[in-house]
Design a protein around this ligand. Structure first.
Ligand SMILES: Cc1cc2nc3c(=O)[nH]c(=O)nc-3n(C[C@H](O)[C@H](O)[C@H](O)COP(=O)(O)OP(=O)(O)OC[C@H]3O[C@@H](n4cnc5c(N)ncnc54)[C@H](O)[C@@H]3O)c2cc1C
Length: 285
């Protein structure tokens, strides 16, 4: 399908990009990999008067790993994450989740900033960002700010970003050695968006009990969420078969999915319990 008409700009600096976005009264849009935005233009879900291409902005394609944590520039592509062997140790949950994103061609172009800004409720990256309490660094005409993941995602395709703000970086806290984790997803076909998925991690105290449990799910609401009741049930427990069964049941009870063309609410509720169960089995193995 043909795209609607738009003006196009490809600025070389962040300040120029912000000024361009701010110049169109909310009617300009950033474009990064184009893997979500171009279909939206084709379907006329969006028809901005100006597209501001971010691809020439310097330094936004970097993956930085330090003792303080991991910083992904907004223009880091799925392929960059999968190709970076350091991340398999520095953030194995992120590396495991991104394996499920889309297909080869899309992974060559799609970016982490685009995924987080797009805020698809079934996308892996926002789920990992919420589960890991990452923060999102953005710059707009009022300056730079850092937004915590739990207040960034406000609904399906809706975020805390102002129209003139550009995501520059996604920042993950450091991943300690020995942390247990699992990521499980069910999709109709490999590379499709998830019908449901679960990201889990926990640390272990000296007695082998779980501490600092984090359980996030995607595909079962209008945004990725952490399941506080499941996390509370895991903290202080040995993650054995009984604890995993309790966590899976608590996960199904904690979500309130809607019927849609892909699956019934009851199916998704059951599926999310299974995803949490499998993720915990993997984490505890
Ligand atoms: C067939 C198909 C299958 C897919 N399967 C999956 C999947 O399984 N899992 C998954 O997670 N994704 C999937 N995707 C989406 C893909 O991963 C997208 O690339 C990604 O969601 C958006 O990244 P992008 O760089 O292409 O963003 P774009 O399409 O360029 O932009 C998307 C939105 O983000 C905004 N934006 C982009 N970058 C920034 C920035 N730095 N700051 C502020 N706003 C910005 C744009 O204005 C736009 O609103 C699929 C896409 C297709 C076409």
């Amino acid at each position: 399908m043909k795209l609607p008409a738009f003006e196009y700009a490809c600025p070389a600096t962040l300040s120029e990009a912000v000024a361009l976005l701010a110049s169109h009264d909310g009617d300009a849009k950033a474009i990064a990999g184009g893997q979500s935005l171009v279909p939206m233009l084709a379907f006329r879900v969006a028809s901005p008067s100006l597209l501001v291409d971010l691809r020439k902005l310097p330094g936004l394609d970097q993956i930085k790993i330090t003792d303080a944590g991991i910083r992904l520039g907004a223009l880091v592509r799925w392929r960059d994450i999968l190709d970076d062997a350091r991340l398999r140790h520095a953030h194995p949950l992120l590396a495991a989740a991104i394996k499920h994103v889309a297909h080869y061609q899309i992974r060559n172009r799609g970016t982490v900033g685009g995924s987080v800004a797009h805020a698809d409720p079934a996308a892996e990256m926002p789920g990992v960002v919420v589960t890991c309490e990452a923060t999102i660094a953005v710059t707009g005409k009022s300056g730079a700010r850092v937004i915590p993941a739990d207040s960034f995602f406000q609904g399906a395709l809706t975020t805390a970003l102002a129209p003139d703000e550009i995501i520059t970086e996604i920042r993950f806290p450091a991943w300690p050695a020995g942390r247990r984790f699992g990521f499980e997803e069910f999709a109709l076909r490999r590379g499709d968006f998830a019908l449901a998925a679960a990201a889990v991690f926990y640390d272990q105290d000296v007695g082998g009990r779980a501490a600092n449990a984090h359980v996030g799910v995607i595909g079962v609401g209008d945004r990725p969420v952490r399941l506080a009741t499941v996390e509370a049930a895991l903290d202080g427990a040995r993650v054995d078969a009984a604890a995993i069964a309790r966590a899976a049941a608590a996960a199904s009870a904690a979500v309130d999915p809607q019927d849609d063309i892909h699956a019934s609410a009851a199916y998704r509720r059951s599926l999310v319990g299974t995803m949490v169960e499998r993720a915990l089995l993997s984490a505890s193995a």
